[in-house]
Design a protein around this ligand. Sequence first.
Ligand SMILES: Cc1cc2nc3c(=O)[nH]c(=O)nc-3n(C[C@H](O)[C@H](O)[C@H](O)COP(=O)(O)OP(=O)(O)OC[C@H]3O[C@@H](n4cnc5c(N)ncnc54)[C@H](O)[C@@H]3O)c2cc1C
Length: 286
Amino acid sequence: MEFFRPTTWDEALAAKADQPEAVPIQGGTDVMVEINFDVRRPVALLDLTRVPELRTWSLEDGRYRVGAAVPYTTIIEELGGPLPGLAQASRTVGSPQIRNRGSVGGNLGAASPAGDSHPPLLAAGAVIEVESRDRGVRMIPAHEFYLGVKRSALEPDELIRAVHLEPAAGPQYFSKVGTRNAMVIAVCSFAVALHPGEGRVGTGLGSAAPTPRRAFAAEEFLRRELDWSARLDPAVLARFGELCAQAAAPIDDVRGTADYRRHAIGVMARRTLTWAWNDYRGKRAA
Ligand SMILES: Cc1cc2nc3c(=O)[nH]c(=O)nc-3n(C[C@H](O)[C@H](O)[C@H](O)COP(=O)(O)OP(=O)(O)OC[C@H]3O[C@@H](n4cnc5c(N)ncnc54)[C@H](O)[C@@H]3O)c2cc1C
Protein backbone atom coordinates (compact mmCIF):
# COMPACT_ATOMS: atom_id res chain seq x y z
CA MET A 1 0.00 0.00 0.00
CA GLU A 2 1.35 3.41 -0.95
CA PHE A 3 1.10 6.21 1.59
CA PHE A 4 1.02 9.88 0.54
CA ARG A 5 1.54 12.66 3.09
CA PRO A 6 0.98 16.04 1.42
CA THR A 7 1.69 19.12 3.52
CA THR A 8 -0.27 21.61 1.39
CA TRP A 9 -3.72 21.59 -0.20
CA ASP A 10 -2.19 21.87 -3.70
CA GLU A 11 -0.01 18.82 -3.06
CA ALA A 12 -3.07 16.93 -1.83
CA LEU A 13 -5.06 17.80 -4.97
CA ALA A 14 -2.10 16.81 -7.17
CA ALA A 15 -1.76 13.45 -5.42
CA LYS A 16 -5.52 12.76 -5.84
CA ALA A 17 -5.41 13.78 -9.51
CA ASP A 18 -2.41 11.56 -10.23
CA GLN A 19 -3.83 8.63 -8.29
CA PRO A 20 -7.65 8.92 -8.05
CA GLU A 21 -7.94 5.52 -6.36
CA ALA A 22 -5.96 6.80 -3.35
CA VAL A 23 -8.27 6.84 -0.31
CA PRO A 24 -8.19 10.10 1.66
CA ILE A 25 -7.79 9.68 5.40
CA GLN A 26 -8.48 12.41 7.94
CA GLY A 27 -9.55 11.32 11.43
CA GLY A 28 -9.46 7.71 10.24
CA THR A 29 -12.46 6.74 12.38
CA ASP A 30 -14.17 5.20 9.34
CA VAL A 31 -11.18 4.34 7.15
CA MET A 32 -9.17 2.51 9.83
CA VAL A 33 -12.18 0.45 10.90
CA GLU A 34 -12.68 -0.67 7.30
CA ILE A 35 -9.01 -1.55 6.88
CA ASN A 36 -8.79 -3.34 10.22
CA PHE A 37 -11.87 -5.44 9.40
CA ASP A 38 -10.63 -6.06 5.85
CA VAL A 39 -13.70 -4.42 4.33
CA ARG A 40 -11.37 -2.35 2.17
CA ARG A 41 -7.76 -2.80 1.06
CA PRO A 42 -6.81 0.51 -0.65
CA VAL A 43 -3.86 0.54 -3.04
CA ALA A 44 -2.92 3.92 -1.59
CA LEU A 45 -3.82 6.15 1.35
CA LEU A 46 -3.78 9.93 1.10
CA ASP A 47 -3.17 11.29 4.60
CA LEU A 48 -4.65 14.79 4.90
CA THR A 49 -3.71 15.40 8.53
CA ARG A 50 -0.72 17.57 7.62
CA VAL A 51 -2.74 20.03 5.53
CA PRO A 52 -3.29 22.73 8.17
CA GLU A 53 -6.10 24.74 6.55
CA LEU A 54 -8.42 21.74 6.61
CA ARG A 55 -8.50 21.95 10.42
CA THR A 56 -9.54 25.60 10.64
CA TRP A 57 -12.85 27.45 10.42
CA SER A 58 -13.51 31.07 9.52
CA LEU A 59 -16.32 33.58 9.09
CA GLU A 60 -16.23 34.90 5.53
CA ASP A 61 -18.80 37.37 4.15
CA GLY A 62 -21.20 36.44 6.92
CA ARG A 63 -20.94 32.67 6.32
CA TYR A 64 -19.08 30.04 8.28
CA ARG A 65 -16.52 28.03 6.33
CA VAL A 66 -15.72 24.92 8.33
CA GLY A 67 -12.64 23.03 7.10
CA ALA A 68 -13.25 19.39 6.22
CA ALA A 69 -11.01 18.12 9.03
CA VAL A 70 -12.36 20.31 11.84
CA PRO A 71 -13.13 17.72 14.53
CA TYR A 72 -16.54 17.42 16.13
CA THR A 73 -15.09 18.57 19.47
CA THR A 74 -14.14 21.94 17.94
CA ILE A 75 -17.59 22.34 16.42
CA ILE A 76 -19.16 21.67 19.82
CA GLU A 77 -16.79 23.97 21.74
CA GLU A 78 -16.46 26.84 19.27
CA LEU A 79 -19.45 26.82 16.92
CA GLY A 80 -22.38 25.80 19.12
CA GLY A 81 -23.77 29.37 19.08
CA PRO A 82 -23.91 30.08 15.34
CA LEU A 83 -24.34 26.45 14.18
CA PRO A 84 -26.52 24.88 16.89
CA GLY A 85 -27.99 22.04 14.80
CA LEU A 86 -24.60 20.79 13.66
CA ALA A 87 -23.20 21.15 17.18
CA GLN A 88 -26.09 19.15 18.67
CA ALA A 89 -25.55 16.38 16.14
CA SER A 90 -21.79 16.47 16.82
CA ARG A 91 -22.45 15.87 20.52
CA THR A 92 -24.17 12.58 19.68
CA VAL A 93 -21.28 11.19 17.60
CA GLY A 94 -19.45 8.21 19.12
CA SER A 95 -17.35 8.95 22.21
CA PRO A 96 -14.99 11.79 23.21
CA GLN A 97 -12.13 9.98 21.41
CA ILE A 98 -14.15 9.69 18.18
CA ARG A 99 -15.31 13.32 18.46
CA ASN A 100 -11.67 14.46 18.89
CA ARG A 101 -10.62 12.82 15.62
CA GLY A 102 -13.77 12.44 13.52
CA SER A 103 -14.81 15.24 11.19
CA VAL A 104 -17.75 16.44 9.13
CA GLY A 105 -15.53 16.08 6.03
CA GLY A 106 -15.05 12.40 6.89
CA ASN A 107 -18.79 11.97 7.53
CA LEU A 108 -19.45 13.45 4.07
CA GLY A 109 -16.71 11.35 2.46
CA ALA A 110 -18.26 8.19 3.90
CA ALA A 111 -21.76 9.39 2.85
CA SER A 112 -23.46 6.82 5.08
CA PRO A 113 -27.23 7.37 5.27
CA ALA A 114 -26.80 7.14 9.07
CA GLY A 115 -24.09 9.82 9.42
CA ASP A 116 -25.14 12.29 12.09
CA SER A 117 -23.93 15.50 10.46
CA HIS A 118 -26.08 15.10 7.35
CA PRO A 119 -29.57 16.02 8.69
CA PRO A 120 -28.44 19.35 10.21
CA LEU A 121 -26.43 20.19 7.07
CA LEU A 122 -29.56 19.57 4.97
CA ALA A 123 -31.87 21.51 7.29
CA ALA A 124 -29.51 24.49 7.46
CA GLY A 125 -28.95 24.57 3.67
CA ALA A 126 -25.21 23.89 3.84
CA VAL A 127 -23.04 23.94 0.74
CA ILE A 128 -20.09 21.57 0.31
CA GLU A 129 -16.90 22.97 -1.21
CA VAL A 130 -15.02 20.34 -3.22
CA GLU A 131 -12.03 20.79 -5.49
CA SER A 132 -9.94 19.00 -8.08
CA ARG A 133 -6.58 20.04 -9.48
CA ASP A 134 -7.79 20.02 -13.07
CA ARG A 135 -11.35 21.43 -12.82
CA GLY A 136 -11.12 23.69 -9.78
CA VAL A 137 -13.76 24.32 -7.13
CA ARG A 138 -17.38 23.09 -7.14
CA MET A 139 -19.94 24.28 -4.59
CA ILE A 140 -22.49 21.51 -4.05
CA PRO A 141 -25.70 22.15 -2.07
CA ALA A 142 -26.03 19.46 0.61
CA HIS A 143 -29.27 18.10 -0.88
CA GLU A 144 -27.44 17.40 -4.17
CA PHE A 145 -24.41 15.81 -2.52
CA TYR A 146 -25.86 12.43 -1.49
CA LEU A 147 -26.49 10.13 -4.44
CA GLY A 148 -26.97 6.65 -2.97
CA VAL A 149 -25.96 4.40 -0.10
CA LYS A 150 -22.40 5.54 0.68
CA ARG A 151 -22.27 7.31 -2.72
CA SER A 152 -21.84 11.04 -3.16
CA ALA A 153 -21.41 13.61 -5.92
CA LEU A 154 -17.65 13.65 -5.27
CA GLU A 155 -15.62 12.75 -8.38
CA PRO A 156 -12.63 10.39 -8.02
CA ASP A 157 -10.10 13.22 -8.42
CA GLU A 158 -11.87 15.58 -6.02
CA LEU A 159 -11.40 16.26 -2.31
CA ILE A 160 -13.76 17.89 0.16
CA ARG A 161 -12.27 21.15 1.34
CA ALA A 162 -14.93 22.75 3.55
CA VAL A 163 -18.58 23.09 4.45
CA HIS A 164 -20.28 26.50 4.20
CA LEU A 165 -23.15 27.41 6.51
CA GLU A 166 -25.06 30.59 7.28
CA PRO A 167 -25.15 31.40 11.00
CA ALA A 168 -28.48 30.13 12.33
CA ALA A 169 -31.21 32.67 11.62
CA GLY A 170 -33.56 30.88 14.02
CA PRO A 171 -33.69 27.89 16.35
CA GLN A 172 -32.31 24.57 15.13
CA TYR A 173 -32.74 21.11 16.63
CA PHE A 174 -31.40 17.61 16.03
CA SER A 175 -32.89 14.41 17.38
CA LYS A 176 -31.54 10.87 17.11
CA VAL A 177 -33.00 7.51 18.03
CA GLY A 178 -30.44 4.87 18.96
CA THR A 179 -30.49 1.57 20.74
CA ARG A 180 -28.71 3.30 23.66
CA ASN A 181 -27.71 6.86 24.54
CA ALA A 182 -24.07 6.97 23.38
CA MET A 183 -21.65 5.23 20.99
CA VAL A 184 -24.46 4.26 18.70
CA ILE A 185 -25.26 4.51 15.01
CA ALA A 186 -28.62 6.20 14.48
CA VAL A 187 -31.65 3.98 14.02
CA CYS A 188 -32.96 7.18 12.48
CA SER A 189 -32.51 10.90 13.04
CA PHE A 190 -34.10 14.21 12.18
CA ALA A 191 -33.07 17.87 12.06
CA VAL A 192 -35.08 21.03 11.77
CA ALA A 193 -33.93 24.63 11.15
CA LEU A 194 -36.18 27.68 11.28
CA HIS A 195 -35.42 30.40 8.72
CA PRO A 196 -37.88 33.08 9.91
CA GLY A 197 -36.61 35.78 7.51
CA GLU A 198 -37.48 33.54 4.56
CA GLY A 199 -40.68 32.18 6.16
CA ARG A 200 -39.21 28.72 5.72
CA VAL A 201 -38.41 25.63 7.78
CA GLY A 202 -35.57 23.33 6.67
CA THR A 203 -35.60 19.59 7.36
CA GLY A 204 -33.15 16.70 7.23
CA LEU A 205 -33.84 12.97 7.61
CA GLY A 206 -31.10 10.52 8.58
CA SER A 207 -30.98 6.73 8.37
CA ALA A 208 -34.48 6.68 6.92
CA ALA A 209 -33.77 6.30 3.19
CA PRO A 210 -30.85 5.25 0.92
CA THR A 211 -29.49 8.77 1.35
CA PRO A 212 -29.91 11.52 3.90
CA ARG A 213 -32.69 13.69 2.46
CA ARG A 214 -34.95 16.67 2.99
CA ALA A 215 -38.71 16.32 3.39
CA PHE A 216 -39.49 18.73 0.56
CA ALA A 217 -43.30 18.31 0.67
CA ALA A 218 -43.29 18.93 4.44
CA GLU A 219 -41.17 22.07 3.97
CA GLU A 220 -43.51 23.32 1.23
CA PHE A 221 -46.54 22.61 3.44
CA LEU A 222 -45.12 24.73 6.27
CA ARG A 223 -44.21 27.50 3.87
CA ARG A 224 -47.93 27.70 2.97
CA GLU A 225 -49.56 26.95 6.30
CA LEU A 226 -47.33 28.19 9.11
CA ASP A 227 -48.49 31.41 10.75
CA TRP A 228 -45.24 32.88 12.10
CA SER A 229 -47.08 35.25 14.44
CA ALA A 230 -49.25 32.65 16.16
CA ARG A 231 -49.02 29.56 18.34
CA LEU A 232 -48.26 26.35 16.51
CA ASP A 233 -51.53 24.92 15.21
CA PRO A 234 -51.80 21.24 16.34
CA ALA A 235 -53.32 20.29 12.97
CA VAL A 236 -50.38 21.86 11.13
CA LEU A 237 -47.94 20.12 13.45
CA ALA A 238 -49.64 16.75 12.92
CA ARG A 239 -49.64 17.13 9.13
CA PHE A 240 -45.96 18.16 9.20
CA GLY A 241 -45.16 14.93 11.07
CA GLU A 242 -47.12 12.87 8.54
CA LEU A 243 -45.40 14.48 5.56
CA CYS A 244 -41.94 13.96 7.10
CA ALA A 245 -42.77 10.30 7.74
CA GLN A 246 -43.94 9.99 4.13
CA ALA A 247 -40.61 11.41 2.92
CA ALA A 248 -38.82 8.44 4.50
CA ALA A 249 -38.07 5.32 2.46
CA PRO A 250 -36.54 3.15 5.18
CA ILE A 251 -35.49 -0.49 5.28
CA ASP A 252 -35.72 -3.24 7.89
CA ASP A 253 -32.27 -4.00 9.29
CA VAL A 254 -30.55 -5.06 12.50
CA ARG A 255 -31.06 -1.64 14.05
CA GLY A 256 -34.79 -1.27 13.43
CA THR A 257 -37.74 -1.96 11.17
CA ALA A 258 -38.91 0.26 8.35
CA ASP A 259 -42.25 0.77 10.12
CA TYR A 260 -40.57 1.84 13.34
CA ARG A 261 -38.28 4.26 11.49
CA ARG A 262 -41.17 5.86 9.60
CA HIS A 263 -43.10 6.26 12.86
CA ALA A 264 -40.07 7.67 14.70
CA ILE A 265 -39.38 10.22 11.96
CA GLY A 266 -42.94 11.55 12.38
CA VAL A 267 -42.51 11.79 16.15
CA MET A 268 -39.10 13.49 15.93
CA ALA A 269 -40.38 15.91 13.30
CA ARG A 270 -43.24 17.02 15.56
CA ARG A 271 -40.99 17.19 18.61
CA THR A 272 -38.15 19.16 17.04
CA LEU A 273 -40.52 21.62 15.37
CA THR A 274 -42.27 22.17 18.71
CA TRP A 275 -38.96 22.80 20.51
CA ALA A 276 -37.82 25.18 17.79
CA TRP A 277 -41.17 26.97 17.68
CA ASN A 278 -41.24 27.43 21.48
CA ASP A 279 -37.74 28.95 21.35
CA TYR A 280 -38.73 31.22 18.49
CA ARG A 281 -41.95 32.41 20.12
CA GLY A 282 -40.21 32.74 23.51
CA LYS A 283 -37.53 35.01 22.04
CA ARG A 284 -40.15 37.17 20.32
CA ALA A 285 -42.11 37.52 23.55
CA ALA A 286 -39.00 38.41 25.62
C1 LIG B 1 -16.54 3.75 17.66
C2 LIG B 1 -17.11 4.60 16.55
C3 LIG B 1 -18.30 5.30 16.79
C4 LIG B 1 -18.84 6.09 15.77
N1 LIG B 1 -19.99 6.77 16.02
C5 LIG B 1 -20.55 7.54 15.05
C6 LIG B 1 -21.75 8.26 15.31
O1 LIG B 1 -22.32 8.22 16.40
N2 LIG B 1 -22.26 9.01 14.29
C7 LIG B 1 -21.65 9.09 13.07
O2 LIG B 1 -22.15 9.80 12.18
N3 LIG B 1 -20.50 8.42 12.80
C8 LIG B 1 -19.94 7.66 13.76
N4 LIG B 1 -18.78 6.96 13.51
C9 LIG B 1 -18.19 7.05 12.16
C10 LIG B 1 -17.12 8.16 12.02
O3 LIG B 1 -16.57 8.54 13.26
C11 LIG B 1 -17.69 9.40 11.32
O4 LIG B 1 -18.22 9.07 10.06
C12 LIG B 1 -16.64 10.51 11.16
O5 LIG B 1 -17.31 11.70 10.79
C13 LIG B 1 -15.57 10.19 10.14
O6 LIG B 1 -14.64 11.27 10.12
P1 LIG B 1 -13.07 10.99 9.94
O7 LIG B 1 -12.41 12.32 9.85
O8 LIG B 1 -12.57 10.05 10.97
O9 LIG B 1 -13.08 10.26 8.51
P2 LIG B 1 -12.09 9.17 7.80
O10 LIG B 1 -12.23 7.88 8.48
O11 LIG B 1 -10.70 9.77 7.79
O12 LIG B 1 -12.71 9.19 6.39
C14 LIG B 1 -14.05 8.78 6.17
C15 LIG B 1 -14.36 8.74 4.67
O13 LIG B 1 -14.28 10.06 4.11
C16 LIG B 1 -13.27 10.10 3.11
N5 LIG B 1 -12.63 11.41 3.28
C17 LIG B 1 -12.06 11.88 4.41
N6 LIG B 1 -11.65 13.14 4.20
C18 LIG B 1 -11.94 13.47 2.93
C19 LIG B 1 -11.76 14.64 2.13
N7 LIG B 1 -11.22 15.77 2.62
N8 LIG B 1 -12.20 14.62 0.85
C20 LIG B 1 -12.78 13.51 0.35
N9 LIG B 1 -13.00 12.37 1.05
C21 LIG B 1 -12.58 12.35 2.34
C22 LIG B 1 -12.37 8.92 3.37
O14 LIG B 1 -11.68 8.48 2.23
C23 LIG B 1 -13.39 7.90 3.85
O15 LIG B 1 -14.07 7.32 2.77
C24 LIG B 1 -18.20 6.18 14.50
C25 LIG B 1 -17.00 5.48 14.28
C26 LIG B 1 -16.46 4.69 15.29
C27 LIG B 1 -15.18 3.95 15.05
